[in-house]
Design a protein around this ligand. Sequence first.
Ligand code: FE2
Length: 293
Amino acid sequence: MAMTEGDKKYSGSLNHAMIDGPEGHAAQEYANHFGEPGFDDITKVYIAQKYSGYTAENQESWQTLYDRQMEYLATHASNVYLSGARSINLVREHIPYLEGPKSVNNYLAKLTGWQSRAVPGYLPAKTFFACLARREFPTTVVIRPKESLDYLPEPDIFHDIFGHVPLHADPVFADFLQTYGKAALLTNDPYHTERLARLFWFTVEFGLIREGGEIKLYGSGLISSPGESKHALFSDKVERRPFDLDTVCNTSFEIDHYQPILYVLESFGQLRDAMNSYATRLIDAAGKVPAHA
Ligand SMILES: [Fe+2]
């Protein structure tokens, strides 16, 4: 969904040439209706990256963001994130390619089979889950304007690729995220939908993990945020709780300020196993109650 001028909460403009036009509008329309009769082909929500549409200023924004954040992450991010970033060839020199021999997708295909697919804007929840269930990550291709490098109230390619995608190179996290997508797609119970949204928030977006006795960052909202990445690790206003699936699912969150509660994993295996057992519970529940009862 494109923002109108009146909705703007940040300085500068997104490069709308990257997502506007008939292809972008058709994909967004399809995404909005996905799941309704006649709208069952998820590939129709994807668009091309149109790489030549990036401006020199867009590339400069990427380099600035990459440089200042990667230096910090080298000592504060999970090793799984850092090794994933290396293995998908995430570099400062250019905004990542989604297609072609040097694309993140070319590397990911060999590692875990995950792919990043360009989308024109926000996807409804079920559409988003349908993508994850196929090991496809809906990816915003625009990048924040240089006037708003510190904060953008919506995802951009720095958040989506730099923040999320390196973990998709890890086989354990890769399995977790697909299982999450399948489970979230399956359930129509608002109780579980809310719990699953909380799980996503406190892990994929804002998760911490203990490695070698130290707490490290892995959630994309922390990885891609210079301000919150430091706050998450060092502020005495943050309560860092041990990860427990039911506790996480019972914790509500707010989106418009730094997070006061974060959860710390002991390993990604812990997250995968917890998700597998939750998914089994949801599958059992779905088997007992017909979907349209
Ligand atoms: Fe995200």
